[in-house]
Write a protein that binds this ligand. Structure first.
Ligand code: NCD
Length: 311
């Protein structure tokens, strides 16, 4: 590969240019093939160490980073808040310095505070990968979403992508909006006004009050979970009302293009933001997103711990 990745860390989509994103997507396609082999392991990162530091709950992201590291033969260790010394009162900086003293090559971090990955990148020699920092960014989710969209839609230019629901509290929405607009897609969002950030239009996004208007003619329909763990109370009357006005069900999906795909970053709350018929229906690519999650994270670990980063 002649193109090089200029970044030592992956902190957010904000720092990336379209060509960085395309390089990661192309590399992911190559790594996808390894996951389809009977023996899913290559020696590429033998002797490299990856620390997964997950201070917030995770199933897909943490699992896929671990599998990605292992398929590349890296040594992977997992730390979570409950089993770590943060539950004994250790500060994040002390914990980071101690993990740094073990000489990891890559530290993957998820934390409830926005800016944690940036903070660690200033205090550790390892490459830092942001696996979700509060309401800020979730760059690897955006990359796996782009990889899934490209597989089905081939190109991004002019694509109409509807992102629906709790946009305010969603780091996935933020990273997806940044990535997809850099690649030339057009973003529409819809949700209760209390769950849409003020000034969203400045990101080049079209904002709708009614979910039907956002879905009409869309190529991609993405539903988001209500991020109750980050919400102040009283932002919506309740899950039942939310589902009635903003849930993606078959009748609303019928407004999208006939070949539209349905996405969700997981975890889903079935019957709230997405109906089971849609989640399990023929247009759903939700499990493909998870498969691409491994491939994208292999590509990222390869660039972070391997030899292609130049900075
Ligand atoms: C998302 C997250 O943690 O931001 N999940 C994920 O990583 N796939 C979205 C969510 O929690 O709803």
């Amino acid at each position: 590969m002649t193109r090089t990745f200029k970044h030592r860390h992956l902190l957010g989509i904000e720092e990336l240019e379209a060509e960085d994103i395309f390089l990661l997507l192309d590399l992911s396609e190559r790594f996808l093939e390894i996951s389809e082999r009977p023996l899913k392991k290559v020696p590429t990162l033998r002797g490299k160490t990856v620390i997964n530091l997950f201070m917030e709950s995770s199933t897909r992201t943490r699992g896929s980073f671990e599998i990605a590291g292992k398929r590349l033969s890296a040594d992977v260790i997992n730390q979570s808040s409950s089993g770590s010394s943060s539950s004994k009162g250790e500060t994040l900086l002390d914990m980071a310095k101690n993990l740094g003293a073990m000489n990891p090559d890559v530290v993957v971090v998820r934390h409830r505070a926005a800016g944690t990955a940036h903070f660690l990148s200033r205090h550790l020699d390892a490459s830092i990968v942001n696996a979700g920092d509060g309401m800020h960014e979730h760059p690897t989710q955006a990359l796996l979403d782009c990889a899934t969209i490209r597989r089905h839609k081939k190109q991004f230019e002019g694509l109409e992508v509807a992102i629906l629901g709790d946009v305010s509290h969603s780091r996935v929405a933020r990273s997806d909006i940044l990535a997809l607009t850099k690649l030339g897609a057009r973003i529409r969002v819809a949700g209760p006004r209390t769950l849409l950030p003020i000034g969203l239009e400045s990101l080049g996004v079209e904002v709708f009050d009614r979910i039907e208007s956002a879905i009409e003619g869309a190529d991609v329909v993405m539903a988001l979970r209500l991020q109750e763990e980050r919400q102040r109370s009283g932002l919506i009357p309740g899950n039942r009302e939310f589902s009635r006005f903003f849930g993606v069900d078959n009748s609303r999906l019928a407004l999208a293009k006939p070949d539209a795909i349905v996405m969700h970053p997981g975890p889903m709350n079935r019957g709230v933001e997405i109906s089971p018929e849609v989640a399990d229906g023929p247009r759903s690519v939700i499990l493909e997103q998870v498969t691409y999650g491994v491939a994208v994270r292999m590509a990222i670990l390869y660039l972070m711990a391997g030899s292609e980063s130049t900075e």
